[in-house]
Design a protein around this ligand. Structure first.
Ligand code: NAD
Length: 368
């Protein structure tokens, strides 16, 4: 019998309306029966910040912690020190940067995620975000919906076709590659990628993408950049003022990877000044994002006031569609059950184990 603490987002009436919303505190990743039948202690909460939160109180004698990246329980070194029995941290989703992985290694805590569970969900969101920025959707929508207006010129002056533009992805792994696949039929001028490694040659051929090895060179060639790399010491704050200045004037940046890969104020300055024509994404440096976060209000200078021109920000939800929830919920349960039964985990799901980084992507920038 084990004690599992699980941090999920609150569902409220939505969780009752839609029982497939498994990532909510009400629907408990669909794990309640398993926990009951097996006599495990199962604490589910959305209360995760500060020493008086349920997470901080309950983790002290927990064996396992589960969290989604959408409402992440931040398992930092201090919290790990308070949890002497903790042996397994499961991410119900993809991206385990909310856990201090160095500390997890020091304590030999296994960190595992449900690799691949929502990669299509995110890739589709990336395509949507690119299109809404490049085609200036927000200004058009604000006119008809909010202002009851009709000024085609105000929209069209900043609306473009994706065809003929150069689009590049930072990170060409599971999501980045799926983004390239989905971009192929748009007949872009060129598809580029920046990654530590080459795509396999058949994959590169399939999407017709070219690898650029120098980041500045890559940024200067793209009209649209999409970020699809994990957050680790090598990518934290990567897109700062200096790198943003290497992007073409009037280009667009989409980040559905992790908020902290970009420096928030530098991005807001680049959008507000018009250096970037727009920024979109669903990930924020700390979640939920604070009310006065600059990404909530940034807007390009070329749009009518209050039209959210060039601002494609939404809460973190691209990987938590109804379609994705079943996959990451079932995957998280499988990881837990394997661990309890001492079975071998699916290798791709392991981020760190026995004090070592299993994933090359996370190991990069960490000297591994
Ligand atoms: P993946 O491991 O399949 O691919 C990541 C790729 O990034 C790899 O090819 C790796 O070599 C590359 N990479 C690592 N560091 C890099 C760097 N400094 N520069 C360039 N490339 C680098 O992972 P994935 O499944 O494609 O997911 C990528 C990230 O997307 C996740 O780590 C997670 O943070 C994020 N994500 C977000 C959501 C969401 O809901 N918004 C959902 C899933 C994943």
């Amino acid at each position: 019998m084990v004690k599992v603490v699980c941090v999920l987002y609150k569902g409220g009436p939505a969780a009752q309306e839609e029982p497939r919303l498994l990532g909510t505190t009400e629907n408990k990743l669909g794990m309640e029966k398993y926990m009951k039948d097996n006599g495990h202690t199962f604490i589910v909460t959305d209360d995760k910040e500060g020493p008086n939160s349920m997470l901080h109180k309950e983790i002290v004698d927990a064996d396992v912690v589960i969290t989604t990246p959408f409402h992440p329980g931040y398992i930092n070194a201090e919290l790990i020190d308070k949890a002497p029995k903790l042996k397994l941290a499961i991410t119900a989703g993809v991206g385990s940067d909310h856990v201090d992985l160095n500390k997890a290694n020091e304590r030999k805590i296994t960190v595992a995620e449900v690799t691949g569970s929502n990669v299509v969900s995110v890739a589709e969101h990336v395509i949507m975000s690119i299109l809404l920025l490049v085609r200036n959707y927000n200004v058009g929508h604000a006119q008809v919906y909010r202002n009851k207006e009709w000024y085609v010129a105000d929209i069209a002056k900043n609306a473009f076709d994706l065809e003929g533009l150069t689009v590049g992805t930072i990170g060409a792994g599971r999501i980045g590659f799926r983004v390239l696949q989905r971009l192929k039929p748009f007949n872009c001028k060129e598809l580029l990628y920046f990654d530590y490694q080459n795509l396999p040659s058949d994959a590169e051929k399939e999407v017709g993408a070219r690898r650029v090895q120098d980041l500045d060179d890559f940024l200067s060639q793209c009209d649209v950049v999409t970020i699809n790399a994990p957050l680790h010491e090598g990518t934290k704050g990567l897109m700062n003022k200096e790198k943003l200045s290497k992007m073409r004037k009037g280009s667009w940046l989409v980040n559905t990877a992790r908020g902290a890969i970009c420096v928030a104020d530098d991005v807001a300055d680049a959008v507000n000044s018009g250096h970037l024509r727009g920024y979109a994404g669903d990930v924020w440096d700390k979640q939920p994002a604070r009310e006065d976060h600059p990404w909530r209000t940034m807007q390009g200078p070329g749009g009518p006031s209050g039209s959210s021109y060039g601002n494609g920000m939404v809460p973190h939800y691209s990987g938590t569609t109804i379609s994705a929830q079943k996959r990451y919920a079932e995957g998280a349960l499988e990881i837990l059950d394997n661990w309890i039964k001492g079975k071998i985990q699916t290798p791709a799901n392991i981020i760190v184990e026995n004090g070592e980084y299993a994933s090359k992507a996370y190991g990069q920038g960490r000297g591994k």
